[in-house]
Ligand binder design. Structure first.
Ligand code: BT5
Length: 325
C-alpha cells in the first residue's frame, strides 16, 4: 500500500477538522517540520486545486476539494483491501489500458489501478476510439490476475458491468441496463464501455486488464457529434453534477467484492443478475461480428457469456463476440 507523504498527511488532518482552522504551529509540532515547510506543503496542495483558507492568527482551513483524479482523493475513504490501493494517476495518458498492459511486463500487484484525467488515444474493442475528454469522466483500468482459462475472460467483463451498474444506482439512484457484451446503458444510450484485455498462456490468464470508461459529467457538447444520439452521461440524465471520486470508489469496491465472490462461488450468481438487468434479451437483434453478421431473436446468454440467437431460419446460433443493434 502507498505510504502517504507529509503533504498527504497534512491534507488528511485538514480533512478531519473541516469545521475548524488548524494552526501552523500545531501542524509544525505534529509533523516535526518548520512552519515555513508547512506553508510550502499547503501551497503545493493549493496548486493541485485544494481551496485552503489561510489566516495569520488562526491557521489553515480546508474549504473545497478538487474534482480531480488524485491518489489522495481516491484513497481517502476507499473501502477496498487491494483494488485501487496501488494507484497510477495521470493528468493525461494515451490509453490507461495500454499503460496497464505495459505494467504487466514488470511486477505489478493485483488490484493496481491506472487512471487518467483525459486520454488522447482511448480505445474500444477492435481498435475503435473511445472519446475521453478531460475532467468529466472516469477513464481507468484495473489489473487482475485471475487464475482462469482465457476463454472465461468475458466473465470479468460481465462482473465489472454489474459493478458499474450497482455503483450508478448507489450514487445517483438511476437504474442502468446492461447491453451484451460490454456496455452499460441509461435510457437506451451508452454511458459506460468496458474493454477487457488479457495476457495469457495457453491454459491460464496471467493478467487481465479491465478498462472502464464512464461518462460522468460530460455535457452533450463534449460528446463527439456522431455519438450524441447514442451516448449519454450521468449528469445529462440526472441534470446534476455527479461526484466522480465517490462513483469510482463505489465501482472499485463492487469489483473487489464481485471478484472475491466469483473466486468462491463461480459465475452463476453473476450470470443470473446480469440477465435480470440486461436490455438485449427477448429482442430482435442484429449482431455484427468481424467476419459475419446474424439477425434473429436474442434468446439467452450462456455460462460462457455467449449470446444465443434464434435465426430467422429457426436455427439456433451461439455468438461469442460482436456488436448488437
Ligand atoms: C467499448 O468498446 O465500449 C470499450 C470502451 C473502454 C474505454 C476504457 S476508458 C479506460 C480504458 N482505456 C482505454 O483506452 N479504454 C478503456 P466498444 O464496444 O468497441 O465501443 C466503442 C464505441 O463506443 C465507439 O466506436 C463509439 O461508437 C462509442 N463511443 C466512443 N466513445 C464513447 C463515449 N465516451 N461514450 C459512449 N460511447 C462512446
Amino acid at each position: 500500500m502507498r505510504k502517504p507523504d507529509k503533504e498527504e498527511q497534512i491534507l488528511t488532518l485538514l480533512k478531519t477538522s473541516r469545521e475548524n482552522y488548524v494552526s501552523g504551529e500545531y501542524l509544525s509540532r505534529k509533523f516535526g517540520i518548520s512552519r515555513t515547510a508547512i506553508w510550502k506543503h499547503v501551497h503545493a496542495l493549493m496548486d493541485q486545486g485544494y481551496k485552503i483558507d489561510s489566516q495569520a492568527n488562526a491557521g489553515y482551513k480546508l474549504l473545497v476539494l478538487p474534482d480531480k483524479v488524485l491518489a489522495a482523493e481516491i484513497q481517502y475513504g476507499l473501502e477496498t483491501v487491494y483494488i485501487g490501493q496501488e494507484l497510477y494517476c495521470f493528468n493525461e495518458a494515451g490509453s490507461t489500458n495500454e499503460l496497464a498492459m505495459k505494467l504487466t511486463e514488470g511486477a505489478v500487484s493485483e488490484g493496481s489501478v491506472v487512471i487518467a484525467e483525459r486520454q488522447s488515444a482511448g480505445k474500444g474493442r477492435l481498435g475503435r476510439k473511445w472519446s475521453s475528454p478531460p475532467g468529466t469522466g472516469l477513464w481507468f483500468s484495473v489489473i487482475l490476475k485471475p487464475k482462469i482459462h482465457p476463454q472465461h475472460s468475458a466473465k470479468l467483463t460481465f462482473i465489472s458491468g454489474l459493478a458499474v451498474l450497482d455503483a450508478i444506482k448507489t450514487v445517483t439512484g438511476l437504474k442502468a441496463g446492461l447491453k451484451w457484451p460490454n456496455d452499460v446503458l441509461l435510457n437506451g444510450k451508452k454511458v459506460c464501455g468496458i474493454l477487457a484485455e488479457i495476457k495469457a498462456g495457453p491454459d491460464v490468464i496471467k493478467y487481465q486488464v479491465l478498462g472502464i470508461g464512464v461518462n460522468v459529467n460530460l455535457n452533450k457538447s463534449e460528446l463527439p457529434e456522431s455519438l450524441r444520439g447514442l451516448a449519454t452521461s450521468l449528469s445529462i440524465e440526472t441534470k446534476m453534477e455527479v461526484p466522480r471520486i465517490k462513483l469510482l470508489q463505489e465501482i472499485l469496491k463492487n469489483i473487489e467484492a464481485g471478484y472475491e465472490l466469483f473466486k468462491k462461488e463461480g459465475f452463476n450468481p453473476f450470470l443470473c443478475r446480469w440477465k435480470e438487468n440486461n436490455v438485449t434479451l427477448n429482442k430482435e437483434v442484429k449482431v455484427s461480428g468481424l467476419l459475419e453478421s446474424f439477425e434473429g431473436l436474442a434468446l439467452d446468454i450462456d455460462e460462457d457469456c455467449a449470446l444465443i440467437l434464434r435465426l430467422r431460419s429457426g436455427e439456433k446460433k451461439r455468438v461469442l463476440s460482436g456488436d448488437v443493434s
